[in-house]
Design a protein around this ligand. Structure first.
Ligand code: 14H
Length: 258
C-alpha cells in the first residue's frame, strides 16, 4: 500500500513521500477510515440533526446528547468556500505555524512531538468557560490526501484531531482534560473542468471547496449544560466563518496548492 505524506511547510514546494510507521499508525488508520466512511453520509433529512446556525453556505448542526449530566452533543457542519482547494483548507487547519492566527478559542497551543511528516501531537489550553474549570486537551493531529478514481478530479483531504495521552502532558489539577474526536474533510469541485487541458491551468475562481466538519467533544467532567451549549452555538459557527475567510485571504495571491 502506498501512503503519501501531506507535509510541506507553507513556503516549500509540495513534495510527496512515504511515511514510516510509528506507535499510533494503526489507531490513526482506523479512526481516519471511520471518518471517511461515516462523516460524508448526507443524513440531514433524517431528523437526527438540529440546525444550530446557518450563514450563507455554512450550516452547523448538533445532536443533543448527555451522559450522567455531561454534555456530549455531537456536532456536524457543512460549508462551501470559493477560490480554495481542499489541500489548502486542510493544510492551514493542520499547520501549527498559523494556528493562533485563526483560532479564537485557545489560550495556548504547544506541539509535543512530530510522529511523522503527517502527524503531530499537541497540548492545547482552551479559553476558560465561566464558571467551569479550565480545560486542556492532548491530541494527535493527522493530515492526508485521499485520491479520487477520476484523474480529472483533485484529491480529497482530511485532518483528524483525536485525543491521546503523552508523557510530556500530564493532567495538572485544577485543569480538567477534555476529550475529542474532530475531523475536517474537504472535497474540491472544479467548475468548467473541460475548458482546461490540465489541473495546473485551472484558475482560482473555478474552485469550490466543500467542507464537512465533525466534532465530538467530552468536557471531561461536569460543566453547566446551558453554558456549554451556548459556547458551542457561538464558537463553532464563528470558527468556521473566521477560519475559511482566513484561508481565502491567505491564498488569494498564492499559486494554487493542488
Ligand atoms: O477544531 C478546532 N480547532 C482545532 C485546532 O486548534 C482543535 C480542535 C480540538 C478541540 C478539542 C480537542 C481536540 C482538538 O479540533 C476549532 C474548534 C472551534 C470550536 C471550539 C468550541 C469549544 C471547544 C472547547 C473544548 C473544551 C470543552 C470544554
Amino acid at each position: 500500500e502506498r501512503r503519501v505524506a501531506a507535509f510541506e511547510s507553507l513556503t516549500k514546494i509540495p513534495e510527496l513521500k512515504p511515511v514510516p510507521r510509528h506507535r499510533l499508525s494503526d489507531e490513526i488508520e482506523k479512526i481516519v477510515q471511520e471518518h471517511l466512511k461515516f462523516d460524508l453520509v448526507d443524513d440531514f433529512n433524517s431528523n437526527i440533526w438540529e440546525l444550530l446556525a446557518a450563514d450563507g453556505e455554512m450550516k452547523v448542526y448538533r445532536r443533543e446528547l448527555e451522559e450522567n449530566g455531561i454534555v456530549l452533543d455531537p456536532l456536524k457542519a457543512v460549508h462551501s468556500v470559493k477560490g480554495v482547494t481542499g489541500h489548502e483548507v486542510c493544510k492551514y487547519f493542520w499547520d501549527p505555524a498559523v494556528r493562533m492566527e485563526w483560532e479564537g478559542t485557545l489560550d495556548s497551543s504547544r506541539m509535543l512531538e512530530a510522529l511523522s511528516d503527517d502527524t503531530l501531537i499537541f497540548n492545547q489550553v482552551h479559553k476558560r468557560v465561566w464558571p467551569a474549570a479550565q480545560r486542556d486537551t492532548c491530541f494527535w493531529s493527522h493530515i492526508r490526501s485521499v485520491s479520487k478514481e477520476n484523474k480529472n478530479d483533485l484529491d480529497d483531504w482530511i485532518v483528524v484531531n483525536y485525543s491521546t495521552t503523552h508523557d510530556s502532558a500530564p493532567i495538572k489539577e485544577p485543569m480538567i482534560r477534555a476529550w475529542a474526536n474532530v475531523a475536517l474533510i474537504c472535497s474540491t469541485i472544479i467548475l468548467n473542468r473541460d475548458k482546461y487541458a490540465d489541473l495546473s491551468s485551472v484558475p482560482r475562481e473555478n474552485l469550490v471547496c466543500k467542507i464537512t466538519y465533525v466534532a465530538q467533544v467530552n468536557p471531561g467532567g461536569w460543566a453547566p449544560a446551558n453554558v456549554l451549549r451556548a459556547v458551542y452555538k457561538r464558537e463553532y459557527p464563528k470558527f468556521l466563518k473566521r477560519f475559511t475567510q482566513y484561508v481565502m485571504d491567505k491564498t488569494k495571491k498564492l499559486p494554487i496548492l493542488l
